[in-house]
Design a protein around this ligand. Sequence first.
Ligand code: BG6
Length: 466
Amino acid sequence: LKKLKPMPKDFLWGASTSAYQVEGANLTHGKGPSVQDIKKVPEGTSELDVCADFYHHYKEDIALMAEMGFKTFRFSVAWSRILPEGTGAVNQEGIDFYNNVIDECLKYNIEPLVTMFHFDLPAALEKKGGWSRRESVDEFVNFAKILYENYGDRVKYWLTINEQNVLTLNGEVIGTCDLKGVDNKYKKLYQENHHMLLAQAKAMALCHEMVPGGKIGPAPNISLVYPASCKPKDVLAAQNLNAIRNWLYLDMAVFGRYNNLVWAFLEEHDATPVIEDGDMDIMASAHPDFIGFNYYSTATVEWNDGTEPAGRGDQQISGDEPGVFKAYPNPNLLRTEFGWEIDPDGFRATMREIYSRYHLPMIVTENGLGAYDKLTEDGKVHDQYRIEYLRKHIEQIKLACSEGVEMMGYCPWSAIDLVSTHEGVVKRYGFIYVNRDEFDLKDLARYKKDSFYWYKKVIETNGEDL
Ligand code: BG6
């Protein structure tokens, strides 16, 4: 495209965080433990008790976001800060904390974009069996109701479950599930998945009932899957993983029906979930207003004839099943310091594909580059690599918009440095540097990285000056 159209004028520029990765105060101020607080943190990484200490720095942090010109801030509410046991008594201090965060955003005309659940199921519920129990559906809906009652007068944009597909496909890596001793892992995972889908559908319907003008959508991680070659069998393998990794979640959120390839896969493995009467009607009648999605990179696969073990990535679900797929490192892509493939063109391909399947407006709820940033003696962080990464991805949003894809906003990961899912604090993503190391908390002072000033300019010019 030679002629780019201007970005939509009310485009929601912002960035994201999640409660358990940024807040700290994880077992104080009335908060109950979540699954993240009871997991064994990976060797060499810090506990989650301080993180970026957003709990005590939120005013300063939101002021910095306002200085960058944020139109929105995506953050999550910790279920166990509001309901320490997951159900029952409410922790008023928790309610107040998010009230303060929301009000602080609104003070600067920053639209809060609230994720209801980001990898942090209350430990008390996990102990009872977590999402494997049917009761989990009502527990989530009860939590959603409390959120709408308390915040629905000010929060108009809601996201249901962060990366439900990653919870199902890679929960062991992010510490949200333990499959030791489980006979049929697919049976367990897809039953939990069914409950989450149902909980999501009910929460979407309830949002429309309770929140005047409220808009709600899912937030899976969508990575378009490429075939490793033009061999027809590789194309079939890519379709398999696209269905298992991506479309199952969006087909369900938007149309309320199980993707047929995934259903066939589950039948093959004796792992179809128990579906009660009325479940499918509930799912078919709930509708998202938009699609939120996280994008870091694409995936590439080749046919798996079952004679070799699975490749890297997506191991939990994965391709050691004959005839499904085998991961394939894409030789055409550069990688981050942490080995993640970088694929801005694939970002556009992903936006095009989602839009052509679902025809709903979209907001990017995560995208970004994890790196070992260095604070210089004079308090600067020269993160040109991050600027390059983000610039190339925003260029693709501009191209996609010019091609008629409806994009509502962009919230890269992350607004501020925080703790990564399993590679510690030193894997940084933020525009704002937090002065701490893995085990040395230092003074937790905030420093503006070069990307901070760059993003400010991008927002000021509505994406014209990249
Ligand atoms: C997404 C998650 O998967 O990727 C975030 O929603 C996470 O919680 C982000 O932090 C980056 O991944 P990581 O493993 O580098 O923290």
